[in-house]
Design a protein around this ligand. Sequence first.
Ligand SMILES: Nc1ncnc2c1ncn2[C@@H]1O[C@H](COP(=O)(O)OP(=O)(O)OP(=O)(O)O)[C@@H](O)[C@H]1O
Ligand SMILES: Nc1ncnc2c1ncn2[C@@H]1O[C@H](COP(=O)(O)OP(=O)(O)OP(=O)(O)O)[C@@H](O)[C@H]1O
Ligand SMILES: [Mg+2]
Ligand SMILES: [Mg+2]
Lengths: 255, 255
Amino acid sequence: MTYFISITNEKGGVAKTTTALSLGAALVEAGRQVLLVDLDAQANLTLALGTDPLNGHATILNAVADQSPIHKLWRETGIPGLFFIPSNHDMGYSERILPARPEYEFTLKKAFSEISLPFDYVIFDCPPFLGSVVINALTASQLLIIPTQAEYFSIYALKNMMSLIRRIRSQTNPDLTYRLLLTMFDRRNRIHRTLSEQLRASFGNGVLETVIMVDTRLRESSIAGLPIIYHAPKSRSALQYRELAQEILQYVEKA
Amino acid sequence: MTYFISITNEKGGVAKTTTALSLGAALVEAGRQVLLVDLDAQANLTLALGTDPLNGHATILNAVADQSPIHKLWRETGIPGLFFIPSNHDMGYSERILPARPEYEFTLKKAFSEISLPFDYVIFDCPPFLGSVVINALTASQLLIIPTQAEYFSIYALKNMMSLIRRIRSQTNPDLTYRLLLTMFDRRNRIHRTLSEQLRASFGNGVLETVIMVDTRLRESSIAGLPIIYHAPKSRSALQYRELAQEILQYVEKA
Ligand SMILES: Nc1ncnc2c1ncn2[C@@H]1O[C@H](COP(=O)(O)OP(=O)(O)OP(=O)(O)O)[C@@H](O)[C@H]1O
Ligand SMILES: Nc1ncnc2c1ncn2[C@@H]1O[C@H](COP(=O)(O)OP(=O)(O)OP(=O)(O)O)[C@@H](O)[C@H]1O
Ligand SMILES: [Mg+2]
Ligand SMILES: [Mg+2]
C-alpha cells in the first residue's frame, strides 16, 4: 500500500525542497522504494537531482491536462530505488488550469490511483503558495510535513496552514495528518531556541523529535545534484535526515 | 513625480519583505515620503509593522475588486512619513480574480494613477509566485529590486525572472529596469563568496554595490513590529539598509 507525503509551507525558503529530496533518499537507503514528485514551477527538486528543467518535458501536468498515465512520467534518478517526476516553469499554469475542472481537488489523487504503484512512498514537493496545486497534494496525502524555521514569519504561516488542513479534512481528505519539522535550526541563536520551545509547548507531539540544523553541506549538495546522504554521508544534516526517515517509518509502519 | 519600486523574486525566503520594510524606513529617514504596499497573502509586511492582518480589513484588492480609491486604503505606521496598505489572506484570491479582467496587467497601475500621490516612493512587497499579482506590480514599477541569496536555487530563479522582465518590457512596461540585491550574505561561507563573485561577473552593474549580511537583529525587528533602523539603529543591517537607500536615491534622483 503506497503512502503519500506532502512537504508544504506557504512560507518561502524553509527547506521544503531540501527535505523532500533528503528524506526521500534516506527512505531509499532504509530499503524502501520512493517516488519524488516536483509540483513547483521553480523545479528546484528537478534541479537538485541534476536534471535541467526544460520546458516541454513531460511533467505531472501532463497527467492532469492530457491524461498521460503516471507510469509514463516517472524517471530514474541514478540512485536505485529512487524515482522522480520532474517539473518545469509550465507548472505555473496549473494554478489556472486545475480549478476549472469539476472536483479539481481530486485530480492528483485520481491520477495516482489508476494503477497499483511499485512504490512504498510518494513524496510531493510543493510551491510556496496555498493554491490549487497544494490543495491537490493535501487531498492525495496521508501525511503533511510542514518544514518550519523558528522565526516569526514562518511560525505565523502556521495559522493559515492549520485552517487549510481543517478545510481539507472536512471537504476532501478526512485522514490527513500533519507534523511540523524544525529546519535550518541554529542552536546558538536565542530566537531559534525561544521560538522552538514555544512551538513544542503549543503543538506537543505535532512537532517531530528530529531537528534539522543549519549545515552548509546542504547548499553544496544542491549544486552537486545529489541528495545529502550521497554528497556528504557523514555530515550532520545527513545524519539528521536519516534520523527523520527513521522517525517517519516509526510513525507510518509501526503505528 | 512618484517613483514605483517592486521587490520580487519567485524564490521563497530571500528577504523580499525584510528589504521592502527596511528600505522604505531608510528612505523616510533620508527625508522622503514613502508608501509600502503589501501584495502577499502571507501579509508579512503588515505583520512586521505590528498590525494583525485580519481578514475583512480593506486591502489593495478592494481597489481592484470594488474600485475603492487608493487614498482610502493607506494607513499611518506610527513613523512619520511612512504609510502602508495592508494585506490579508484574502489576497490569495487575486490570482483568480485579476486575470479575468481585460488588460488585467494594468489594474494596479490604473488604481495608482487616478490621483496625484503625496509620496516620493511606492514600494510593492510581492509573493514568491510569478502570477498576475507580480505581473501587475512589474507593469506599475520603474525599478524591480530582486533580493538574491548567493545560493544555487536562488540564482537559478534569476532565469525565470529575466524572461518575465523581457516579457513585461515588450508587452506592458518598456521602462522597467532591474537591480539584484545580495541578501543574507555570510562572508565566512565559501559558497556565498564564490556564487556572489559569479553573479557580479555575469550581471555587472546589474548587481547593487550594497550587500546585506546575515544579521539576527533583523529577525528580532520583525517580532518587535519595527523596521530595523528603529529597532536596532546601530546594527550592521541597519547601516547596510541605509547604504542601500543612498544607492537607490543616487540611482533614481541623480541619474
Ligand atoms: N539545514 C540547512 N542548512 C543550510 N542551508 C539550508 C538548509 N536547508 C536548506 N538550505 C538552503 O536554504 C535555501 C532554501 O531551502 P529550499 O530551497 O529547500 O527551501 P524551500 O522551502 O523549498 O524554498 P521555496 O519556498 O522557494 O520552495 C536553499 O538554498 C537550501 O540549499
Ligand atoms: N539579513 C538577514 N539576516 C538574518 N535573517 C534575515 C535576514 N533577512 C531576512 N531574514 C529572516 O529570514 C527570513 C526570510 O526573510 P523574508 O521573510 O523577508 O523573505 P521573503 O523573501 O519575503 O520570504 P517569502 O518568499 O516567504 O515572502 C525571515 O525570518 C527574516 O526575518
Ligand atoms: Mg522549494
Ligand atoms: Mg515575504
